[in-house]
Design a protein around this ligand. Structure first.
Ligand SMILES: Nc1nc2c(c(=O)[nH]1)N[C@H]1C(S)=C(S)[C@@H](COP(=O)(O)O)O[C@H]1N2
Ligand SMILES: [Mo]
Length: 437
């Protein structure tokens, strides 16, 4: 019974495919070429037997629905994973980082299994029933919450990127990685669900002397950061949801702090304690570790927001143009983001920043979120210096590498947002370069 109905269905499918080819063939080639965003299409079925062949997946049952009750990507996508390199590890993989394959991302949401993961003491695996959040210090009503109690607060969902301020940090002196994943993969973007801290504070009563909030994790590193109260009362959140499910252990399950747009290290994972105070607790340690050093040796203290930034994700060294032919229409795509606001526009240069054309923004354009940009390009097979330059609604624009070096020197590790350039060779290979003039 099943077999017969399947066979007849297949026959129907095949005849409708034949119709499709007949109809498609009726359009003239020039009409296809005129459509500006049309990818090259094979219009002759005989050219491609794959379309007419019966495959094994069309003649036998697939997996039962109960096979993979928590789903996995197709095995054919196995190459798309986070990655690590010894260069980015402090001798071990516990205090280390797994980089996000940002060139494989689609839209602006990073799947949870690919979200970049940075920890100083490994990934803690916490039993939520044994986890508590303590909120104390300069509040009228100090409080200890179970996870169930915390989740009783009205929740909100917001799309924001998290970026380690050291993203691209190894490249102040020059390009290091022939790969976008390693050069720019210390960031990801997700829809986070949780509660605004300002809403919890309505209950607890913040004392007016409070100027800082300490956030501390309960993982092996017990990482602590202090955050200015204005930012806390603006948009800081405690989150337990990530893209529609519970946070992953790598992202701080059961709860983490989210400080939208600011340095990733402020987003304390495995969050156990918030303390409000008039002085910054970890100020000394934090200043030593996270301040930005200028060429004069002076440090810029409390340098928190990730500045406006962008990178072309296609093409890139990991996704070159080596299969293109002259005349092919190809989409240049990339990601732009700013921790200070919303992306207003992105320009693209083909000559390393001498001339610029405006790209279009596509999909959702949200504050402190990845924003995707796109530009349709007719490939000419000639060498290019391909750069992107983003600007945000706070009035910031990405500096040139030259300008960035003049202001910051090359000794810093953090906050690189200079214009990023790919060299595209005549063969379509893509190299990581920096334009210094
Ligand atoms: N408790 C705790 N929180 C932490 C860290 C940590 O090691 N322990 N690493 C921080 C750093 S340096 C960054 S960049 C972000 C990374 O977040 P992710 O691993 O979810 O990408 O988490 C921050 N929060
Ligand atoms: Mo970080």
């Amino acid at each position: 019974m099943t077999k017969i109905s399947k066979a007849s269905q297949t026959e129907k499918q095949q005849s409708s495919r034949r119709d499709f080819f007949r109809k498609t063939a009726a359009y003239s080639v020039s009409a296809l070429a005129a459509a500006s965003v049309m990818a090259p299409v094979k219009i002759n079925a005989e050219d491609d037997p794959a379309i007419m062949e019966e495959k094994k997946w069309g003649t036998t049952f697939g997996y039962p629905v109960t096979h993979n009750l928590y789903g996995q990507p197709s095995p054919y996508e196995h190459i798309v994973t986070r990655r690590n390199t010894k260069l980015l590890s402090s001798g071990n993989y516990y205090a280390s980082i797994a980089m996000c394959p940002i060139h494989e991302s689609m839209g602006i949401i990073t799947p949870n299994g690919l979200f970049f993961s940075r920890s100083h003491g490994g990934t803690a695996e916490i039993d939520p029933n044994e986890h508590r959040l303590m909120i104390h210090g300069l509040v009228e009503k100090p409080l200890v919450l179970t996870m169930d109690e915390l989740k009783k607060y009205p929740s909100v969902s917001r799309i924001h990127f998290i970026e380690c301020p050291a993203n691209g940090g190894p490249e102040w002196r020059g390009p290091q990685f022939p790969s976008i994943q390693f050069a720019k993969g210390m960031m990801s973007c997700a829809e986070w669900t949780g509660v605004y801290i300002k809403d919890i504070l309505k209950d607890l009563g913040l004392k007016k002397e409070a100027r800082w909030m300490l956030a501390e994790g309960v993982d092996n590193s017990h990482m602590g950061r202090t955050i200015p109260i204005d930012k806390v009362l603006d948009d800081a959140m405690i989150v337990w949801g990530q893209n529609g499910e519970a946070l992953r252990p790598e992202q701080g399950y059961p709860i983490r702090l989210l400080v939208p747009g600011w340095e990733g290290n402020l987003c304390v994972k495995w969050l156990g304690r918030l303390e409000f105070a008039s002085e910054p607790f970890y100020a000394k340690e934090e200043t030593a570790k996270y301040s930005a050093l200028k060429p004069s040796g002076k440090a810029i203290q409390h340098f928190y927001a990730n500045e406006v930034n962008s990178v072309i994700t296609s093409p890139c060294p990991d996704k070159p143009w080596t299969d293109l032919k002259k005349g092919d229409l190809v989409e240049i795509e990339g990601l732009a983001w700013s921790g200070m606001g919303t992306i207003e526009g992105v320009d693209i240069s083909f000559d390393g920043g001498k001339n610029w054309v405006e790209a279009s923004l596509k999909g959702l354009v949200l504050p402190k979120a990845w924003t995707r940009f796109s530009f349709m390009y007719k490939y000419e097979g000639k060498p290019l210096l391909l750069s992107s330059r983003a600007r945000d609604d706070a009035g910031h624009i990405q500096p040139t590498v030259k300008h960035e070096r003049e202001v910051m020197g090359v000794e810093s590790v953090y906050h690189r947002n200079g214009i990023f350039t790919w060299e595209v060779t005549a063969k379509g290979e893509v190299n990581n370069v920096q334009v210094l003039s």
